[in-house]
Write a protein that binds this ligand. Structure first.
Ligand code: C5J
Length: 221
């Protein structure tokens, strides 16, 4: 069984029961004109995660692993968007408002798409989630259970928001999560750093943290 060099300690992984989970690598967060930028963020800071994510995705596909993608967003009628979430930010640039990539954070709009570099292949599940956590109001847990998955390699954006929320949800459900540090990014570099520290502290209270190279080596081996 391959071992991933990780912190706080190396972890043995059975690839047949391990999935790659790629969180919200969407145009709305990563490209100018989307939700991330309307909130006042420098979206260029997220670009560093794209190359490592792509290399990890290629390795997972090569190893025949389950790959699951998520997208944060809402129905066009916004019936699934809580008022408290919609009310944040400048009124002209809130969720549902028109932007250069279509309505902000709305399913079916260009901004909601996963970036071209990480486009899902046919057969790879895409989970549309209304919240920050990928387990909230989705069928992710059922899918993982039906596939016998007990370990998740987690990539995506942003580290301290949707990645951390999902890892905490997964940890409480009994999944072993290995967060791939260079496959994640934040608009706030210090939040990225501390988001990862929070996961691996206290003996790995929420999970493990590794670099993509270590995961790729385990997938290849
Ligand atoms: C945010 C996310 N940051 N995918 N969403 O609002 O992390």
């Amino acid at each position: 069984m391959p071992t991933i060099e990780a912190e706080p300690q190396p972890l043995d992984v059975d690839l047949a029961s391990t999935a790659l989970l790629i969180i919200d690598m969407q145009r709305d967060f990563i490209e100018p004109g989307g939700f991330g930028e309307t909130l006042g963020n420098d979206v260029s800071l997220l670009k560093a995660a794209i190359g490592p994510c792509k290399a990890t995705l290629d390795a997972a596909r090569g190893a025949g692993m389950l790959v699951v993608h998520t997208r944060e967003g809402h129905r066009p009628d916004m019936a699934d968007a809580p008022k408290a979430k919609v009310e944040r930010g400048e009124p002209s640039a809130r969720i549902g408002a028109p932007g250069p990539m279509g309505r902000i954070l709305i399913r079916g709009e260009a901004g909601h798409d996963i970036i071209a570099e990480l486009s899902p292949l046919a057969g790879e599940p895409v989970i549309d989630k209304p919240g920050k956590g990928a387990f909230y109001q989705t069928d992710l847990e059922l899918m993982l259970k039906n596939r016998g998955i007990d370990t998740l390699l987690v990539c995506g954006v942003t580290t301290e928001v949707c990645v951390n929320t999902t890892v905490r949800e997964a940890n409480d459900r009994g999944y072993r999560c290995v967060v791939l540090a260079d496959c994640c990014a934040s608009y706030f570099p210090d939040f990225h750093e501390y988001g990862l520290k929070m996961i691996k502290a206290q003996g790995g209270i929420f999970g493990w943290v590794a670099q993509s190279d270590a995961a790729i080596a385990a997938m290849a081996g």
